[in-house]
Design a protein around this ligand. Structure first.
Ligand SMILES: NC(=O)c1ccc[n+]([C@@H]2O[C@H](COP(=O)([O-])OP(=O)(O)OC[C@H]3O[C@@H](n4cnc5c(N)ncnc54)[C@H](OP(=O)(O)O)[C@@H]3O)[C@@H](O)[C@H]2O)c1
Length: 284
Protein backbone atom coordinates (compact mmCIF):
# COMPACT_ATOMS: atom_id res chain seq x y z
CA UNK A 1 0.00 0.00 0.00
CA UNK A 2 1.25 3.52 -0.86
CA UNK A 3 1.87 5.74 2.16
CA UNK A 4 1.96 9.55 2.17
CA UNK A 5 5.77 9.20 2.24
CA UNK A 6 5.62 8.00 -1.39
CA UNK A 7 3.44 10.85 -2.69
CA UNK A 8 4.85 13.86 -4.54
CA UNK A 9 5.55 16.82 -2.26
CA UNK A 10 4.81 20.48 -2.99
CA UNK A 11 5.64 23.64 -1.04
CA UNK A 12 3.44 26.70 -1.55
CA UNK A 13 4.51 30.05 -0.08
CA UNK A 14 1.86 32.60 0.96
CA UNK A 15 -0.86 30.01 1.64
CA UNK A 16 -3.07 31.95 4.04
CA UNK A 17 -5.39 33.40 1.39
CA UNK A 18 -6.04 34.08 -2.29
CA UNK A 19 -4.25 32.00 -4.91
CA UNK A 20 -1.91 30.33 -2.38
CA UNK A 21 -4.73 28.80 -0.33
CA UNK A 22 -6.56 27.63 -3.45
CA UNK A 23 -3.36 26.19 -4.97
CA UNK A 24 -2.77 24.11 -1.81
CA UNK A 25 -6.24 22.60 -2.14
CA UNK A 26 -5.95 21.93 -5.88
CA UNK A 27 -2.52 20.29 -5.46
CA UNK A 28 -3.80 18.13 -2.60
CA UNK A 29 -6.81 17.10 -4.73
CA UNK A 30 -4.33 15.97 -7.41
CA UNK A 31 -2.47 13.73 -4.96
CA UNK A 32 0.32 15.96 -3.64
CA UNK A 33 1.34 16.19 -0.02
CA UNK A 34 1.27 19.97 0.39
CA UNK A 35 3.42 22.02 2.71
CA UNK A 36 1.48 25.27 3.15
CA UNK A 37 3.90 28.09 4.02
CA UNK A 38 2.20 30.60 6.28
CA UNK A 39 3.57 33.95 7.45
CA UNK A 40 1.11 34.49 10.33
CA UNK A 41 0.40 31.13 11.99
CA UNK A 42 -2.90 32.46 13.39
CA UNK A 43 -4.24 32.05 9.83
CA UNK A 44 -3.32 28.34 9.68
CA UNK A 45 -6.75 27.33 11.05
CA UNK A 46 -8.45 28.77 7.95
CA UNK A 47 -6.18 26.76 5.66
CA UNK A 48 -6.84 23.51 7.53
CA UNK A 49 -10.60 24.23 7.69
CA UNK A 50 -10.73 24.85 3.93
CA UNK A 51 -8.73 21.65 3.38
CA UNK A 52 -11.13 19.71 5.60
CA UNK A 53 -14.13 21.01 3.63
CA UNK A 54 -12.42 19.84 0.44
CA UNK A 55 -11.67 16.44 2.06
CA UNK A 56 -7.89 16.81 1.73
CA UNK A 57 -6.78 17.88 5.24
CA UNK A 58 -4.66 14.74 5.72
CA UNK A 59 -2.51 15.86 2.80
CA UNK A 60 -1.74 19.34 4.17
CA UNK A 61 1.01 20.37 6.60
CA UNK A 62 1.43 23.98 7.69
CA UNK A 63 4.81 25.59 8.36
CA UNK A 64 5.74 29.02 9.66
CA UNK A 65 7.19 30.78 6.63
CA UNK A 66 7.83 34.48 6.25
CA UNK A 67 9.90 34.64 3.07
CA UNK A 68 11.68 37.78 4.28
CA UNK A 69 13.12 35.82 7.22
CA UNK A 70 16.21 33.70 6.46
CA UNK A 71 15.59 31.51 9.53
CA UNK A 72 11.99 30.66 8.49
CA UNK A 73 13.08 29.82 4.95
CA UNK A 74 15.97 27.60 6.10
CA UNK A 75 13.81 25.84 8.70
CA UNK A 76 11.04 25.14 6.17
CA UNK A 77 13.56 23.64 3.71
CA UNK A 78 15.18 21.57 6.49
CA UNK A 79 11.75 20.31 7.63
CA UNK A 80 10.91 19.12 4.12
CA UNK A 81 14.28 17.40 3.68
CA UNK A 82 14.00 15.77 7.07
CA UNK A 83 10.36 14.65 6.86
CA UNK A 84 10.04 13.76 3.17
CA UNK A 85 13.55 13.74 1.68
CA UNK A 86 12.09 15.21 -1.53
CA UNK A 87 10.45 18.30 -2.95
CA UNK A 88 8.79 17.86 -6.31
CA UNK A 89 7.24 21.29 -6.71
CA UNK A 90 7.90 24.73 -5.23
CA UNK A 91 5.26 27.39 -5.87
CA UNK A 92 6.77 30.82 -5.20
CA UNK A 93 3.45 32.53 -4.61
CA UNK A 94 3.90 34.82 -1.56
CA UNK A 95 3.53 38.44 -2.51
CA UNK A 96 2.31 41.91 -1.71
CA UNK A 97 1.32 44.74 -4.03
CA UNK A 98 2.28 48.31 -3.27
CA UNK A 99 1.25 51.08 -5.61
CA UNK A 100 2.09 54.75 -5.84
CA UNK A 101 3.67 57.25 -8.16
CA UNK A 102 7.41 56.77 -8.48
CA UNK A 103 8.32 60.30 -7.37
CA UNK A 104 6.37 59.81 -4.16
CA UNK A 105 6.92 56.22 -3.05
CA UNK A 106 9.20 56.23 0.03
CA UNK A 107 12.45 54.21 -0.02
CA UNK A 108 11.20 51.83 2.68
CA UNK A 109 8.20 50.84 0.54
CA UNK A 110 10.49 50.04 -2.44
CA UNK A 111 12.68 47.93 -0.15
CA UNK A 112 9.74 46.12 1.44
CA UNK A 113 8.18 45.39 -1.95
CA UNK A 114 11.41 43.96 -3.36
CA UNK A 115 12.21 42.08 -0.16
CA UNK A 116 8.95 40.14 -0.28
CA UNK A 117 8.26 39.65 -3.99
CA UNK A 118 11.83 39.31 -5.23
CA UNK A 119 14.38 38.59 -2.47
CA UNK A 120 11.88 36.33 -0.65
CA UNK A 121 11.48 34.29 -3.82
CA UNK A 122 15.28 34.17 -4.29
CA UNK A 123 15.78 33.01 -0.67
CA UNK A 124 13.18 30.27 -0.98
CA UNK A 125 14.51 29.06 -4.33
CA UNK A 126 18.11 28.91 -3.08
CA UNK A 127 17.04 26.98 0.01
CA UNK A 128 15.30 24.17 -1.91
CA UNK A 129 17.56 23.90 -4.97
CA UNK A 130 20.10 21.51 -3.36
CA UNK A 131 17.34 19.01 -2.54
CA UNK A 132 15.91 19.17 -6.08
CA UNK A 133 19.36 19.07 -7.70
CA UNK A 134 20.46 16.02 -5.69
CA UNK A 135 17.37 14.12 -6.86
CA UNK A 136 17.77 15.56 -10.40
CA UNK A 137 14.08 16.37 -10.37
CA UNK A 138 11.94 19.34 -9.50
CA UNK A 139 9.66 22.07 -10.74
CA UNK A 140 9.63 25.71 -9.63
CA UNK A 141 6.44 27.62 -10.45
CA UNK A 142 6.84 31.38 -10.25
CA UNK A 143 3.81 33.54 -9.55
CA UNK A 144 4.53 36.57 -11.68
CA UNK A 145 1.83 38.81 -13.12
CA UNK A 146 0.81 40.77 -16.18
CA UNK A 147 2.76 43.43 -14.23
CA UNK A 148 5.88 41.34 -14.84
CA UNK A 149 5.48 42.01 -18.56
CA UNK A 150 3.82 45.44 -18.77
CA UNK A 151 4.44 48.60 -16.74
CA UNK A 152 1.45 50.67 -15.77
CA UNK A 153 1.35 54.11 -14.04
CA UNK A 154 0.99 53.77 -10.26
CA UNK A 155 2.34 50.21 -10.34
CA UNK A 156 6.05 51.10 -10.14
CA UNK A 157 7.06 49.10 -7.03
CA UNK A 158 4.90 46.08 -7.86
CA UNK A 159 5.80 45.93 -11.57
CA UNK A 160 9.51 46.36 -10.79
CA UNK A 161 9.40 43.41 -8.39
CA UNK A 162 7.58 41.20 -10.91
CA UNK A 163 9.88 42.21 -13.81
CA UNK A 164 12.72 41.11 -11.51
CA UNK A 165 10.97 37.76 -10.97
CA UNK A 166 10.76 37.31 -14.76
CA UNK A 167 14.48 38.03 -15.36
CA UNK A 168 15.50 35.79 -12.47
CA UNK A 169 13.31 32.97 -13.81
CA UNK A 170 14.77 33.15 -17.33
CA UNK A 171 18.29 32.77 -15.87
CA UNK A 172 17.22 30.06 -13.42
CA UNK A 173 15.53 27.98 -16.12
CA UNK A 174 18.77 27.76 -18.11
CA UNK A 175 20.89 27.05 -15.02
CA UNK A 176 18.72 24.23 -13.66
CA UNK A 177 17.55 22.51 -16.85
CA UNK A 178 20.66 20.25 -16.94
CA UNK A 179 19.70 18.98 -13.47
CA UNK A 180 16.14 18.02 -14.40
CA UNK A 181 14.62 21.04 -12.67
CA UNK A 182 12.20 23.07 -14.74
CA UNK A 183 10.94 26.58 -14.15
CA UNK A 184 7.51 27.85 -15.16
CA UNK A 185 6.19 31.41 -14.96
CA UNK A 186 2.48 32.10 -14.39
CA UNK A 187 1.24 35.58 -15.34
CA UNK A 188 -2.30 36.31 -14.15
CA UNK A 189 -4.15 39.52 -14.94
CA UNK A 190 -6.29 41.06 -12.18
CA UNK A 191 -8.27 38.61 -10.02
CA UNK A 192 -10.38 39.45 -6.97
CA UNK A 193 -8.12 38.22 -4.17
CA UNK A 194 -7.38 40.10 -0.90
CA UNK A 195 -4.09 41.49 -2.29
CA UNK A 196 -5.64 44.69 -3.63
CA UNK A 197 -7.23 45.61 -0.27
CA UNK A 198 -3.86 45.21 1.46
CA UNK A 199 -1.70 47.53 -0.66
CA UNK A 200 -3.32 49.49 -3.45
CA UNK A 201 -6.15 51.06 -1.48
CA UNK A 202 -3.51 52.78 0.66
CA UNK A 203 -2.17 54.48 -2.45
CA UNK A 204 -2.19 58.27 -2.03
CA UNK A 205 -0.60 61.35 -3.49
CA UNK A 206 0.92 64.34 -1.74
CA UNK A 207 -1.16 67.47 -2.11
CA UNK A 208 0.56 69.99 -4.34
CA UNK A 209 1.95 67.35 -6.67
CA UNK A 210 0.20 66.98 -10.01
CA UNK A 211 -0.61 63.27 -9.81
CA UNK A 212 -4.14 63.40 -8.33
CA UNK A 213 -6.07 63.15 -11.62
CA UNK A 214 -3.96 60.21 -12.82
CA UNK A 215 -4.15 58.54 -9.40
CA UNK A 216 -7.96 58.69 -9.51
CA UNK A 217 -7.93 57.05 -12.94
CA UNK A 218 -5.45 54.36 -11.88
CA UNK A 219 -7.45 53.49 -8.77
CA UNK A 220 -10.71 53.37 -10.77
CA UNK A 221 -9.04 51.16 -13.40
CA UNK A 222 -7.52 48.82 -10.79
CA UNK A 223 -10.78 48.46 -8.85
CA UNK A 224 -12.72 47.79 -12.06
CA UNK A 225 -10.16 45.24 -13.23
CA UNK A 226 -10.17 43.39 -9.90
CA UNK A 227 -14.00 43.37 -9.75
CA UNK A 228 -14.28 42.13 -13.32
CA UNK A 229 -11.42 39.67 -12.82
CA UNK A 230 -12.19 36.00 -13.14
CA UNK A 231 -12.50 33.31 -10.52
CA UNK A 232 -9.13 32.92 -8.67
CA UNK A 233 -9.73 29.15 -8.77
CA UNK A 234 -8.90 29.14 -12.48
CA UNK A 235 -5.39 30.32 -11.60
CA UNK A 236 -5.08 27.70 -8.86
CA UNK A 237 -6.28 24.96 -11.22
CA UNK A 238 -3.79 26.06 -13.85
CA UNK A 239 -0.92 25.94 -11.34
CA UNK A 240 -1.94 22.45 -10.19
CA UNK A 241 -2.25 21.36 -13.82
CA UNK A 242 1.26 22.70 -14.56
CA UNK A 243 2.56 20.80 -11.53
CA UNK A 244 1.33 17.56 -13.10
CA UNK A 245 2.35 18.13 -16.73
CA UNK A 246 5.16 16.09 -18.20
CA UNK A 247 6.55 18.95 -20.29
CA UNK A 248 5.07 22.31 -19.32
CA UNK A 249 5.60 25.46 -21.38
CA UNK A 250 7.80 28.19 -19.90
CA UNK A 251 5.11 30.90 -19.58
CA UNK A 252 1.35 30.80 -18.97
CA UNK A 253 -0.71 34.01 -19.02
CA UNK A 254 -4.39 34.21 -18.11
CA UNK A 255 -7.13 35.19 -18.69
CA UNK A 256 -7.35 35.62 -22.49
CA UNK A 257 -7.34 39.45 -22.25
CA UNK A 258 -3.94 39.24 -20.48
CA UNK A 259 -2.56 36.99 -23.23
CA UNK A 260 -3.80 39.39 -25.90
CA UNK A 261 -2.33 42.45 -24.14
CA UNK A 262 1.06 40.75 -23.77
CA UNK A 263 0.99 39.76 -27.46
CA UNK A 264 0.03 43.30 -28.50
CA UNK A 265 2.98 44.73 -26.55
CA UNK A 266 5.36 42.32 -28.30
CA UNK A 267 3.95 43.09 -31.74
CA UNK A 268 3.56 46.89 -31.61
CA UNK A 269 6.16 49.65 -31.57
CA UNK A 270 6.80 50.72 -27.94
CA UNK A 271 5.42 54.28 -28.28
CA UNK A 272 2.25 53.11 -29.99
CA UNK A 273 1.62 50.56 -27.23
CA UNK A 274 2.14 53.30 -24.59
CA UNK A 275 -0.41 55.54 -26.40
CA UNK A 276 -2.96 52.72 -26.41
CA UNK A 277 -2.38 52.05 -22.69
CA UNK A 278 -2.78 55.77 -21.90
CA UNK A 279 -6.02 55.96 -23.84
CA UNK A 280 -7.42 52.84 -22.10
CA UNK A 281 -6.61 54.47 -18.75
CA UNK A 282 -8.15 57.78 -19.86
CA UNK A 283 -11.47 56.02 -20.48
CA UNK A 284 -11.67 54.61 -16.89
N1 LIG B 1 -4.73 38.84 -7.35
C1 LIG B 1 -4.26 39.22 -8.49
O1 LIG B 1 -4.93 39.90 -9.26
C2 LIG B 1 -2.87 38.83 -8.88
C3 LIG B 1 -2.51 38.99 -10.23
C4 LIG B 1 -1.23 38.60 -10.63
C5 LIG B 1 -0.36 38.06 -9.71
N2 LIG B 1 -0.71 37.93 -8.40
C6 LIG B 1 0.27 37.35 -7.49
O2 LIG B 1 -0.28 36.22 -6.86
C7 LIG B 1 0.40 36.00 -5.61
C8 LIG B 1 -0.63 35.73 -4.52
O3 LIG B 1 -1.39 36.91 -4.34
P1 LIG B 1 -2.97 36.90 -4.06
O4 LIG B 1 -3.58 37.72 -5.12
O5 LIG B 1 -3.46 35.54 -3.82
O6 LIG B 1 -3.04 37.80 -2.74
P2 LIG B 1 -3.22 37.45 -1.18
O7 LIG B 1 -4.52 36.77 -0.97
O8 LIG B 1 -2.95 38.72 -0.48
O9 LIG B 1 -2.07 36.40 -0.92
C9 LIG B 1 -0.75 36.77 -0.70
C10 LIG B 1 -0.14 35.75 0.23
O10 LIG B 1 1.24 36.08 0.41
C11 LIG B 1 1.48 36.13 1.81
N3 LIG B 1 2.61 36.96 2.14
C12 LIG B 1 2.76 38.30 2.08
N4 LIG B 1 3.97 38.67 2.51
C13 LIG B 1 4.62 37.53 2.86
C14 LIG B 1 5.89 37.22 3.39
N5 LIG B 1 6.77 38.18 3.69
N6 LIG B 1 6.21 35.92 3.61
C15 LIG B 1 5.33 34.93 3.33
N7 LIG B 1 4.10 35.15 2.87
C16 LIG B 1 3.75 36.45 2.62
C17 LIG B 1 0.19 36.62 2.41
O11 LIG B 1 0.19 36.34 3.79
P3 LIG B 1 -0.58 37.28 4.86
O12 LIG B 1 -1.97 36.74 4.93
O13 LIG B 1 0.20 37.09 6.10
O14 LIG B 1 -0.54 38.68 4.33
C18 LIG B 1 -0.80 35.79 1.62
O15 LIG B 1 -0.85 34.48 2.12
C19 LIG B 1 1.27 37.22 -5.38
O16 LIG B 1 2.60 36.93 -5.73
C20 LIG B 1 0.69 38.25 -6.35
O17 LIG B 1 1.64 39.20 -6.74
C21 LIG B 1 -1.95 38.30 -7.97
Amino acid sequence: MRSLQDEPVALVTGSSSGFGLLICIELALRGFVVIAGIRRMETAGKVLETAEQAGVHTRIRTVQLDVTQDSDVKQAAAYIKDQFGRLDVLVNNAGTAYGGFIEEVPAEVWLEQMNTNFHGMVRMTQAVLPLMRERRKGRIIQMSSISGRIGFPGYGPYASSKFAVEGFSECLALETEPFGIDVVIVEPGAYGTPIWEKGFTQMSTTSGLPYQAMLDKVLAFSQKSAQQGGDPREVARLVAHIACLKRPAFRYALPRSTRLTIRAKAALPGRLFQKIMASVLGRS
